[in-house]
Design a protein around this ligand. Sequence first.
Ligand code: 48F
Length: 257
Amino acid sequence: MSLNEVVITKAIIERFSQKFLEYTEVDTAIVGAGPSGLVAAYFLAKAGRKVAIFERKLSIGGGMWGGGMMFNEIVVQEEGKEILDMFDIGTREYEPGYYTADAVESVTTICSNAMKAGAKVFNCMSVEDVIIREGRVTGLVVIWSPVEMAGLHVDPLSISAKHVIDATGHATEVLHVIERKADVVLNTKTGKIMGERSMWADKAERLTIENTKEICPGVFVSGMAANAAFGGPRMGPVFGGMLLSGKKVAELIISAG
Ligand code: 48F
């Protein structure tokens, strides 16, 4: 059988359109395919929730993909290792309490498990706005990242979600939009994004989990975005807190109904 380029084209357009159409209404929309977003997607999808992840970049993995300074190894502590073990990701003890794992194996395996559980990833899509009704975020406004990068004047499309997770890392992008455009008070001491503090791995790892919570009606914050929102420090390439934050945010959303 000879291949026909137009059949290939139609297959891609039709299948992608069906997928995107199906995910215009989801239970949870996750912004950012970094470690916390991917782990959250896995646990939510496994619990039967309809989950879409919107990721600005072509690649998944956020800040985990490149390990520390592009040395593509990550470090996890005992509690974080339990999540890597659950996904059957290889780890090696470096010193007592410190384990290393291959950054690429970690990202690809977690993402693969999330997708096999039913989550869908929409890469190359940037979230540029939210939909708010009566003080509650009820959806996201998305645009192709290349449109955003080129500064083209093209209107975006919208999707609805019962819950949104801001898993955008240091940038805390969803919360910045909410703060800028809506009269919504965030669940922080100041009612606003408090901003991330300088590196302190030990404290930051603990706070990442503590700061993972619902920050305003309909929006949960996970991973580095949680610390940035609540004024916690950064932690660098130790990733246990990110993995555990992803698990915690999924559990919170599942128990929220
Ligand atoms: O930064 P990122 O990996 O988030 P995370 O899960 O993990 C943080 C760590 O990687 C690291 C760290 C821990 O040691 O401090 O930084 O909290 O992934 C965030 C993802 O969100 C995407 C971005 O491209 C990245 O892949 N992103 C950010 N803003 C948007 C977005 C947006 N507006 N729309 C879509 N994706």
